[in-house]
Design a protein around this ligand. Structure first.
Ligand SMILES: [Zn+2]
Length: 160
């Protein structure tokens, strides 16, 4: 029996144990450090952004291609979408002020307080790849996730 597209999508997502944790995409990662999910539309292969896919799936609200989707946690491979803006880690640009406000109040920063989206592209890509590797190889290990986000050498013996 073939898996549905949605099943295939969620098979690439690892959710943290706490309600406000990130949900990390562990599938393909593009050369900008954000995820990539391959689907077929009208018989043709097409790449979509996992965070946009998750947002539309979870909220049922279609996103026009012109609408930016922003991360309040600022981790490019996070796909934690929720219809409740206070819970969701991603939201359309129209909610930007709300999201920035939340970030500034520190309610919703990622635990390291990092702004990965602002890093130079090559570094951002490497952080996303390292984070994915950690999740795939070790599951949800907060200390390894922190190390990957901070860019600490993952083979450092202190971490194991
Ligand atoms: Zn997140």
């Amino acid at each position: 029996m073939t898996r549905t597209e949605k099943e295939r999508f969620w098979s690439h997502v690892v959710k943290g144990p706490e309600a406000d944790d990130c949900w990390f995409w562990t599938g393909a990662i593009s050369d900008d450090g954000y995820g990539r999910f391959s689907v077929r539309r009208d018989g043709r292969p097409q790449a979509v952004r996992p965070q946009r896919y998750a947002y539309e799936l979870v909220t049922g609200v279609p996103l026009p291609s012109s609408t930016l989707l922003l991360h309040s946690c600022d981790i490019p491979i996070c796909v934690h979408a929720d219809a409740d803006v206070a819970v969701s880690h991603v939201g359309p640009g129209t909610h930007r002020e709300n999201m920035l406000d939340r970030v500034q109040r520190g309610r919703y920063r990622n635990r390291q307080g990092l702004r990965l989206g602002d890093l130079p592209r090559q570094i951002r890509v490497q952080r996303s790849l390292d984070l994915r590797t950690v999740i795939i190889e070790h599951g949800w290990r907060p200390e390894l996730i922190s190390a990957a986000l901070l860019g600490v050498e993952l083979t450092h013996p202190r971490l194991f």
